[in-house]
Design a protein around this ligand. Structure first.
Ligand SMILES: Cc1cc2nc3c(=O)[nH]c(=O)nc-3n(C[C@H](O)[C@H](O)[C@H](O)COP(=O)(O)OP(=O)(O)OC[C@H]3O[C@@H](n4cnc5c(N)ncnc54)[C@H](O)[C@@H]3O)c2cc1C
Length: 391
């Protein structure tokens, strides 16, 4: 039986304390290393150890399984704060928590007991393995298959773009258990897939931004998994399970977008007050004020949309459209604010000695992940029309 969702809340004082701890950690440990690690595309091993101590790998996992059991609103604020300084590292625990969510929400009791505490401590780390070379948006078009063989499944196929694919050790793996099924989603399953014989890592993918976190290709060749690794224990549920965490997934990406939009604004605000042209700080020129005014408004609107969707999630309300709006708006805000911040920095915006170029390279990812913004707007429109029928 899947676990019943539990409504979560947090005492405002506890939340403030937790966010202050995150702030101190970002100030002391994250901001000082972000530029060098990003430029070297180096995996932040020590940062990961600190994230374990902070409990981030169990942030949204229930306390009974060793997690912090945070509401979505608090979690979103944590992601915003870190993303202002280094968005990429939030992917190390974001994608991992999507794996945990699939097990917590849809797994059997033995699956929850076997995996969640190890995921919460960060002893086991991983992510979601859905995308394939020929199927991203159209997930029902995947080709990886799982064939039943006694009390095992034999899995063959390739996944690509998998966050934490190289450093992680366990993934929620989407497969076809019946490639001929119609409709296609009825033939899909989601497995808990630890690295072992038959599961190899292909190449590490080179990217425009989102550096330091590993994006890998995963190859499955006669990879044998005991049948009790099928999440929920029933075939045909995989598509529903893989997309069943979409509200929290969209909130994750929205919060990252807010962080980048705010980070870009902060950098521009500071720079515009110290850089002088024609005898005055550039923030006193109207052209720069127009940009700052738009950037500040976008960042605030993105934050409010995201917290509004998270609050609906925490009240247990349906919020796929609200989370989609937040994801769409906040990711576009990140993109627009990062380019405007770069322009405000003039030639220095183009320099690798300033941080704004990293935000500019990182921002487009949020428009792609968790449902591209093209799809997002169509989904928002469909839901909007459904909720507003002509009587
Ligand atoms: C850095 C990075 C990390 C990632 N991490 C993960 C991960 O951890 N796990 C994972 O499984 N995947 C991951 N992905 C993959 C990501 O989820 C996919 O890239 C995304 O879903 C889009 O799929 P695609 O790249 O195949 O594009 P496609 O699906 O081929 O889309 C191409 C274009 O067509 C548009 N399009 C597609 N269908 C329609 C339609 N019906 N109507 C209108 N427009 C349409 C899209 O919006 C897009 O603009 C990651 C990707 C990146 C870049």
């Amino acid at each position: 039986m899947p676990a019943k969702p539990q409504l979560r809340n947090i005492d405002p004082e506890d939340e403030a304390q937790l966010l202050a701890t995150i702030d101190r950690w970002v100030d002391r440990e994250v901001r000082p290393i972000a530029r060098a690690y990003d430029h070297a595309d180096r995996y932040p091993t020590e940062t990961v150890e600190q994230m374990k101590e902070l409990g981030l790998f169990g942030a949204t996992i229930a306390q009974e399984h060793g997690g912090l059991g945070l509401p979505a609103g608090t979690y979103a604020k944590i992601v915003m704060r870190i993303s202002r300084d280094w968005m990429a590292i939030t992917g190390i625990f974001n994608s991992h928590l999507m794996l945990a969510l699939a097990i917590e929400k849809f797994g059997t009791k033995p699956q929850r007991e076997a995996w969640l505490s190890k995921l919460a401590s960060g002893e086991v780390r991983g992510g979601l393995a859905l995308t394939e070379p020929d199927a991203g948006t159209d997930l029902q078009g995947i080709r990886t298959t799982a064939r039943r063989d006694g009390d095992h499944y034999v899995i063959n196929g390739t996944k690509t773009w998998i966050s934490n694919g190289i450093e992680g050790s366990c993934f929620a793996l989407l497969v076809k258990t019946d490639p001929e099924a119609s409709p296609r989603h009825k033939g899909m399953g989601l497995f808990i897939a630890p690295k072992q014989k038959g599961f190899t890592v292909g190449r590490k993918l080179e990217k425009l931004g989102y550096k330091s976190i590993d994006s890998g290709e995963l190859i499955f060749q006669d990879y044998r998994l005991p049948a009790d690794h099928l999440i929920g224990g029933e075939e045909g549920q995989g598509f529903y399970q893989a997309t069943g965490g979409l509200e929290l997934g969209r909130l994750n990406v929205a919060a990252r977008g807010v962080g980048v939009a705010e980070g870009a604004l902060q950098l521009a605000t500071a720079y515009a007050q110290v850089r002088k042209t024609f005898g005055k700080p550039i923030c006193e020129h109207q052209a720069i004020q127009l940009k700052l005014g738009e950037m500040a408004t976008r960042a605030r609107a993105a934050r409010l949309l995201t917290l509004d969707a998270a609050a609906a999630f925490d009240r247990g309300e349906r919020c796929d459209m609200e989370a989609g709006m937040a994801k769409y708006f906040a990711s576009e805000a990140a993109l627009e604010n990062s380019i405007e911040s770069l322009r405000i920095h003039g030639g220095y915006g183009y320099s690798k000695e300033f941080d704004v170029e990293r935000l500019y390279r990182d921002a487009p990812l949020m428009c792609i992940g968790e449902g591209t913004n093209e799809m997002q707007r169509m989904l928002i429109a469909k839901q909007w029309i459904k909720r507003n029928p002509v009587s």
